[in-house]
Design a protein around this ligand. Sequence first.
Ligand code: ASP
Length: 446
Amino acid sequence: MQLASSVYAFHTSFDVLGYILLFGALYIVNEGFGLTLFAKISLALLLGVLIALSGLYDGADLQAIRPVGSKIFMNCLTMALVPLVFSSIVTGVTNLSDINKLHKIGIRTISYYIITTVIAISIGLTMANIFQPGKNLDADTRAQFEQSFQVSAESKVVTAQENKQSLFEGLQAIFPENIFHSISQAKPDMLQLIFFAIICGIALLQLESKIAAPIINLFASITQMTIKIVMMVMRIAPYGVFALIASTVASTEGVGLLLTLIPFSIIVVVSLLIHALGTNSLSLILLSHKSPKWFFSRIKEVAITAFSTSSSGATMPLTLEVTRDKLKVKKEISGFVIPLGATINMDGTALFQGVAAIFLANIYNIDLTLADQLTVVGLAVMASIGTAAVPGVGIVILTMILVSIGVPAEGILFILPVNNLLDMCRSTTNVVGDMTCAVYIDQKIK
Ligand code: ASP
């Protein structure tokens, strides 16, 4: 009690000093010791978890610093996303100098993403079928979940219903009516932007070089400029990561219920690891003739950024930079494959949805037939193509999948306590898949 009140006194009278101490410590980590960026971000992550668990700052204090990550850091990463995606695709397409090549890259990239997503979800479904998470949930625990998470689950179901579209509607949505409208929303429509950029690139290829060259050069410079911006922004990454992690850990609700979710979470995380490390390593060895060690030692910063931001979209500028500069993937390939992957490739998300579907079916005592499980595969693959890569989107897609296989959509309430943590893991898996694909396409297209 004594301790609790002195901690509280610290919080109320010295909160400014408290923040200064916190960020001062981070400043020292960030500016001193000659650490690599990866080491700094890892330390910030660790510090974030420790501070959140230490009880020195209460939940509200740590929520107050969240915008350092969720607004300042993530917005700085995404502010140049639209010009970067547009210019890198236009430059990529025009560098190919041959539309047939574009055709080949396009088909191979999309096929690669679809096949690896199917493999990912198959791993998830197999693990869930073997270990059957969610069987025998007792009535008391079920009531506790319902009491704590019913409301937020319902609001996610509503969001899913509002965004529901048929396959044909999804296809139509690729064609922008007005590109300025597509990109001027708070969440720009990336598929429309990619489509428009490809068309512009193809048109430029067909123009006389005297006319096309200034535009092509301009976009090549814009790409370089935006990549430079990303490198500058990454210097504040440790502060952003710290704020994101500390506030996420501090706001984890339903801690008492977390224990119940341990088996489910372990199955998801182990399956993600099998896919992220196993499937991707196989792809690197068999398809790209590269060593996994070479690959994974170069992508650490991207992985930890995706993990901390829970967003493959926000991480995309960094993914692109690392794919070009560290994995040495040709600019015309990385400039096309990475933005496309960040938009349509969500193998980690699909895997999570497979495990979650079986988990929730078990909770509701519903037997999922093979046909139901194949429906899950098909829908998860299609949804990963059509939805934006932003934090938490996986759980919204899940509600649509659940409805199609006859499991109550509100069932997501049983997953919400661990959703943030799993979102971090699946976002990391998603970006690793994007980069493996870029390495593969780079090997194939000479
Ligand atoms: N946050 C994930 C991503 O951006 C999507 C998800 O919610 O699974 O890749």
